[in-house]
Design a protein around this ligand. Sequence first.
Ligand code: GAR
Length: 199
Amino acid sequence: MKIAVLCSGNGTNLQAIIDSVKSGYIPGEIALVVSDNNDAHALIRAKEAGIETIVLAAKDYKSREDYDKEIVKRLRKKDVALVALAGYMRILSPYFIREYKDRIINVHPALLPSFKGSHGIRDALESGSKVTGVTVHFVNEKLDDGPIILQKPVDIKDNDTEETLLDRIHKEEHKIYPEAIKLFALGKLRIDGRRVSVR
Ligand code: GAR
């Protein structure tokens, strides 16, 4: 199964996916890494692993849909079957989501539906919650809303800072994101409305 990973930043989740493909845990191949950010460290990780990368600058496209049309064109050329968002900070257009319906997944640093958005860790800390976590979910047309595949709770400690909590959240992300991709690749995920069952 061919996978495309879309990233904007450091790419630790990309690295976890690369390592899981290399070890044979994920039965698949990363065909392409796409970024909207030329400075993303994720691009270096991809190059070191010998994976093709493309960077598309938003300013070169008239609209979100035009931008996404270019990505979809590249994904089709590579025969990509699964799109994994890994710290990809752009919102996908309805066009992209339609074209890859039920084949786009995302990792989010909170237990959805709590703490949606791009500051999931900070928002959980500021809320005074005692528990947050990690969610891997299918992507639909609403932000951080699609059917949930896997979740893992992470305790919030009294002395946690954003950095210490991020660290523990990342450890869980790096386990359950590859696990969800593996389940998808093995055809074990069934979506039934908002619920996803693992066969
Ligand atoms: C991850 O923690 C991921 O959950 C988060 O961005 C980080 C990317 O880290 N995604 C979101 O907040 C999406 N709403 P990485 O670049 O090291 O994988």
